[in-house]
Design a protein around this ligand. Structure first.
Ligand code: UDP
Ligand code: MN
Length: 343
């Protein structure tokens, strides 16, 4: 009798061990990237799907693509195979329908400190007409004059958010602080935003700037130097600076007035440029073109995954070159002595 009880007990125990064995999760879970953002808490598979998987609506009608006919007057791929976006290289209808279904939110930052507040109205009005039309857009305005921010009617899903910043009597300081404030903003909005673009306020939109510009790390080619030899690019040339780019190095000269990409990418860029700027300042060095120099150094090492042609930041005073089929965003002509706090 006793032996049968022991036998049953042993059997139950064995069954128990077998049950636990069969139901145990043996696969290690640690290869799924663990970070603390809301989006990253989803499985790695879902994250990849959200960002890179391009789903077009069934039966969408659009012009047949070709690999033998297209723009021949410009280069549309960087040597590291990042696309260079020119008018005629993409289909806006197709791209918009792909990105609409992802339900993305795009942020833009713009600084309007001191007299630069005067540029804000046109910037906001034209952004409403041309910047990611039909998408959820939040424009973050950083200003020391929050009461003077113009009221611009925005359509549903789009808004202007005002952040107060201190005034400054040196424009170089305003320019230098941008990266730190962008870094902080990204930390604030990371759960609700997918992409961010950081733009100069002394500019206006004249044509579409939309989903074709989305990418990991996105840089805009400066309109002033893209036909020049890189020896003539205004990089920081003193080796003592952390923005130093040596002679014979560098790919393109990129704009400080427009850059962007995925939140995580722009966060790393802003953080790195800010730290390098600060470390330089502690040694009494200010790079030739402040954060534009640091951005150029960063982009030389961290290659942008998408490059926007000078269509995406032209300058009003420059006559349009033949390869520029459309000007999408352009810096207005301004009198520095009149608007900057110092010369
Ligand atoms: N900025 C500002 N107030 C200033 C100087 C600069 O708000 O007194 C901001 C503004 O967003 C401006 C950007 O910093 O667009 C870069 O400065 P700026 O446009 O003068 O540089 P540039 O494009 O002429 O090189
Ligand atoms: Mn500017």
């Amino acid at each position: 009798m006793f032996n049968i009880r022991v036998l049953i007990l042993l059997l139950v125990l064995l069954l128990g061990i077998l049950f636990v064995y069969l139901h145990h999760e043996w696969r290690p879970t640690s290869f799924i990237p663990q970070t603390n953002t809301h989006r990253d808490r989803l499985s790695a598979e879902v994250t990849v799907n959200q960002i890179f998987h391009l789903v077009a609506p069934d039966h969408l009608k659009y012009k047949q693509p070709s690999i033998v006919h297209g723009r021949t007057d410009v280069v549309t791929l960087a040597p590291w195979l990042a696309p260079v976006i020119w008018e005629g290289t993409f289909n806006p209808v197709l791209l918009d329908s792909i990105y609409q279904s992802k339900n993305i939110t795009v942020a833009a930052t713009v600084f309007a400190v001191g007299k630069y507040i005067r540029f804000l109205k046109k910037f906001l009005e034209t952004a409403e007409r041309f910047f990611f039309v039909g998408f959820r857009v939040n424009i973050y305005v950083f200003t020391d004059r929050p009461k003077e921010v113009p009221r611009v009617q925005m359509s549903a899903g789009r808004k202007v958010v005002v952040h107060s910043v201190p005034s400054s009597d040196r424009w170089q300081e305003i320019s230098a602080r941008r990266m730190e404030l962008i870094q902080n903003l990204i930390e604030e909005v990371q759960n609700s935003t997918d992409y961010i673009f950081c733009l100069d306020v002394d500019s206006e939109f004249h044509g579409r700037w939309g989903s074709e510009s989305l990418g990991g790390l996105v840089a805009v080619i400066h309109p002033g130097y893209y036909r020049d030899d890189r020896g003539r690019f205004p990089y920081e040339r003193r080796p003592a600076s952390r923005a130093y780019v040596a002679d014979g190095e560098g790919d393109f000269y990129y704009c400080g007035g427009a850059f962007g990409g995925l939140l995580q990418e722009v966060h790393l860029l802003a953080k790195t440029c800010h730290l390098n700027f600060k470390a330089d300042a502690e040694e009494g060095i200010e790079a030739a073109w402040q954060e534009e120099s640091h951005l150029n150094r960063y982009m030389w090492i961290n290659k942008p995954s998408k490059i926007l042609s000078p269509e995406y930041l032209w300058q009003d005073f420059k006559p349009r070159n033949p390869e520029i089929h459309i000007i999408r965003f352009s810096g207005v002509v301004k009198n520095y002595a009149d608007i900057r706090p110092n010369v």
